[in-house]
Design a protein around this ligand. Structure first.
Ligand code: FAD
Ligand code: DHB
Length: 393
């Protein structure tokens, strides 16, 4: 298969990249190791920053997102049952977030790409990327028992944390940073109206809890659990009990309902400091993982793609690698900012050491400061809704 840009992975990064390139008259082909049904039902993130929604609108893929997504103009932060609201409108000049499930994003993007004539090879696993130090990289893959090859100008690894792209980068071309957290998240989806219209991030002596939602009928909630904990330890009854304790505040009640999805995700921070080698580029989770507190993962993937598209458009217009060669530097500024913010939110709201300890008292001091300082609340709000692209240019 001959194309201009070969893309590995039909997650948010790969699909957005393909659609955006096509708008600019640049050809791309996607290979995806899973089936279409699998990627469209994989439950993950749900928080879209303003930047991400604006990009999807510009690309013409946001009809359902505009209809069904829920715009939020503030967020609740809670510490030992005391709740404060951080209002975005007043602190960020009217920026906001939208709640819309990642699998809905993936459905919309897949549909848009395929109906515009784009090609995705599903159940096609990339096995080798070669010649990326030349002008003509090749991606070898297995599909329906046969070997295929994408012969392209650029190889884009949008293949997630366990993908092939990062493993293919020469080891000496990057430094790796890993930060592990001593806890995981148990996430559920339940058929019950959300008990709070806006999200609640809560610190409690028993651990962190997050109240989110997917629609007026479906709630999404998370609990901090131990890294070695298993779903067998968590009956539906115990989950609801624990959520009610951790999220509780005077005069408010958590509604419960049938749980239809349960999973445990470990938390980690992961970075590499180089996202390019010759004509092989990495975007999204293939290059970085942030802990989920703050909802940055999907948004970072889309932001990486923006910088890649800028570079590729410049290349095909002006035959210059200059913008593409600056991709790592530009993207890393936002990625490190998100890594820091996600770490900040994680450290602030998760149970780490006992009440009365130094660590705990620092968490309490930070939380108390949010309620009395507009400057501090603004710092949280502007990071949470996502800084504009111009801020990093
Ligand atoms: P992905 O969505 O991972 O897409 C990569 C694609 O590449 C996959 O479809 C994969 O099948 C494919 N692929 C991999 N290897 C190959 C290969 N060799 N050949 C072909 N195809 C390949 N973020 C949040 O903000 N909030 C959350 O609550 C949250 N929860 C999460 C829960 C889980 C269990 C996980 C795994 C992630 C979660 N994230 C969350 C992170 C967020 O979902 C990711 O940041 C986002 O999916 C990144 O998109 P991506 O396109 O870079 O990667
Ligand atoms: C969701 C996930 C997050 O990690 C977050 O910070 C906010 C919302 C969600 O799945 O709805």
């Amino acid at each position: 298969i001959k194309t201009q840009v070969g893309i590995i992975g039909a997650g948010p990064a790969g699909l957005t990249l393909a659609i955006w390139l096509k708008k600019n008259g640049i050809e791309a082909v996607i290979i995806e190791r899973q089936s279409r049904a699998y990627i469209e039902s994989r439950v993950r993130a749900g928080l879209l920053e303003q930047n991400t929604v604006d990009i999807f609108k510009d690309l013409g893929v946001a009809d359902r997102l505009v209809d069904e997504g829920l715009e939020h103009h503030g967020v609740y932060l809670s510490f030992n049952g005391k709740r404060v609201r951080v209002p975005f409108d007043e602190l960020t000049g009217g920026r906001k977030i939208t709640i819309y499930g990642q699998q809905e994003v993936v459905k919309d993007l897949t549909e848009a790409w395929l109906s515009s004539g784009g090609k995705i090879y599903f159940e096609a696993q990339a096995e080798k990327i070669e010649d990326f130090e030349t002008n003509n990289p090749k991606i070898y893959f297995q599909h329906e028992g046969e070997q295929g090859v994408i012969d392209c100008d650029f190889a884009m690894a949008c293949d997630g944390f366990h993908g092939l792209g990062r493993k293919t980068l020469p080891k000496e071309s990057y430094t790796e940073f890993t930060h592990t957290y001593p806890f995981s998240w148990l996430g559920i989806l339940a058929h019950v109206a959300p008990s709070s219209e806006e999200l609640i991030y809560a610190y409690h002596e028993n651990g962190f809890a997050l109240s989110s939602l997917r629609s007026e009928e479906v709630s999404r909630l998370y609990l901090q659990v131990d890294n070695d904990d298993t779903l067998e330890n968590w009956s539906d009854e115990r989950i609801w009990e624990e959520l009610a304790i951790r999220l509780g505040t005077e005069g408010w009640e958590l509604k419960s309902g049938p749980i239809f999805e349960k999973s445990i995700t470990p938390m980690r921070g992961y970075m590499i400091d180089n996202l390019q080698y010759g004509r092989l580029f990495l975007a999204g989770d293939s290059a970085h993982i942030v802990p989920p507190t703050g909802g940055k993962g999907l948004n970072l993937a889309v932001a990486d793609v923006k910088h890649l598209v800028d570079g590729l458009v410049d290349f095909y217009k002006n035959n210059s690698m200059e913008a593409l060669d600056g991709y790592t530097k530009t993207a890393l500024k936002r990625i490190w900012r998100a890594q820091d913010f996600s770490n900040f939110m994680t450290a602030l709201f998760h149970k780490q050491e006992e009440h009365g300890s130094f660590q705990y008292s620092m968490q309490q001091a930070k939380f108390d400061y949010i309620a009395i300082s507009k400057a501090y609340a603004t710092t949280i709000a502007e990071n949470y809704v996502g800084l504009p692209f111009e801020a990093f240019e």
